[in-house]
Design a protein around this ligand. Structure first.
Ligand SMILES: *Cc1c(COP(=O)(O)O)cnc(C)c1O
Length: 365
């Protein structure tokens, strides 16, 4: 062998393609609506806390993210000892895969599930098993039908990215009840703050009452702290103990921790973001529908817009048309959705421009 050989599975992974970062055109205002980032930035209090932390960059962080676990505990009514913080929920998802998956194991995700899941699965030599969806929504029976003696873990984003759909809590409980007890169920609640449905729950009850379910969350979406990389999980004591053994001892930086504490405590700011999102997500769905496009009903901070396959009206052509106007949406070829674009709900100005852009695109000869 003439060079180092990666572990089994690594070279089967298709590299993750992040949302396009806009290419600046001189004089044109650009709106990045491709990565589900908030249009508001973080709470001003989070920025102050971050800046104040600059006074002590020589010190290592407190290694357990104690102040942040306590703030999350207060916000959600959770025992801080059952929380782990990470450098984005991406780190948490990878730690879970590393703790529980090995070559020969299988992990199940859904057709249009978040792409980090198959990467985390395959990075540990395990096999990614795909369960089909119904109407772009996770299908509990399809997942259960793919469970084998090798199944170790189920990945479920609820709501899901990039579809924006969700499973009612009854369905999540039915999934848990149908799984063998040794199978870990990972509920990824990255977009839970945007959901306003009576039949939705983030999953705390399941985590608290079982030994085999965890819930992950992030500060990257409604809290607007994606650049700082902060996520967390709530889990049973045995899982928290196991994951903590492989977690890097200083995996969350002090400025990130302090900003996140301030962000989660600014409930007025969170409420404002939620209301803005709800209003404009509904508006965008209606407007795109009026233009003859199909929009998958979303409960998150983005919408999945489906385009015709006729030449001149395709998603790829719409993407190019909008990009020329400085409106950067997310193409989803690598998610198996070549005929759709995902649009993150933006400022009022951005949303109106996208509507106008779509109208002009659809009206072209
Ligand atoms: C954005 C997103 C996350 C958050 O990832 P971070 O690493 O915390 O930024 C997690 N899961 C899903 C499904 C997401 O879309």
């Amino acid at each position: 062998m003439s060079r180092p050989v990666p572990n089994p599975g690594i070279l089967d992974i298709a590299p993750y393609t992040p949302g396009k970062s806009p290419v600046p055109v001189p004089g044109q205002k650009v709106f990045k609506l491709s990565a589900n980032e908030t249009p508001f930035g973080p709470s001003p209090r989070a920025k102050e806390a971050y800046a104040a932390a600059a006074a002590h960059l020589e010190d290592y962080p407190e290694g357990t993210s104690r102040i942040l676990r306590e703030a999350i505990g207060r916000a959600y009514g959770l025992d801080p000892n059952r929380i782990i913080c990470g450098a984005g929920s991406d780190e948490i998802l990878n730690l879970l895969a590393h703790t529980y998956l090995a070559p020969g194991d299988e992990a199940i995700s859904t057709t249009h599930g978040f792409l980090v899941y198959p990467i985390a699965t395959m990075a540990n030599g395990a096999t990614n098993v795909v369960a089909p969806e119904t109407d772009f929504t996770a299908d509990v029976d399809a997942i259960l039908a793919r469970v084998t003696p090798r199944t170790k873990l189920i990945w479920l984003a609820n709501p899901n990215n990039p579809t924006g759909t969700y499973l009612p809590f009854d369905e999540v409980k039915r999934l848990r009840a149908g799984l063998p007890p040794h199978v870990l169920l990972v509920l990824d609640a990255a977009y839970s703050d945007f959901v306003s449905r009576n039949d939705y729950e983030i999953g705390i009850e399941l985590v608290a009452t079982t030994e085999n379910t965890v819930m992950t969350h992030t500060f990257s979406k409604i809290h607007g702290l994606a650049a700082l990389r902060i996520g967390w999980m709530f889990g049973p004591a045995s899982i928290v103990d196991a994951v903590n053994r492989i977690r890097g001892p200083f995996n969350v930086s002090t400025p990130a921790m302090r900003a996140a504490v301030a962000a989660i405590e600014d409930t007025a700011f969170i409420q404002m973001s939620r209301e803005h999102n709800e209003k404009w997500r509904n508006w965008m769905t209606e407007e795109a529908t009026k233009l003859g496009l199909t929009v998958t009903p979303s409960v998150a901070n983005f919408v999945l817009i489906h385009f015709p396959t006729t030449k001149g009206k395709t998603a790829a052509e719409a993407d190019a048309f909008l990009t020329k106007r400085g409106l950067v949406l997310r193409a989803l070829n690598n998610y198996g959705l070549p005929h759709a674009l995902r649009m993150t709900i933006g400022t009022e100005e951005a949303n109106l421009l996208v509507r106008d852009g779509l109208r002009d695109f659809m009206a072209q000869p």
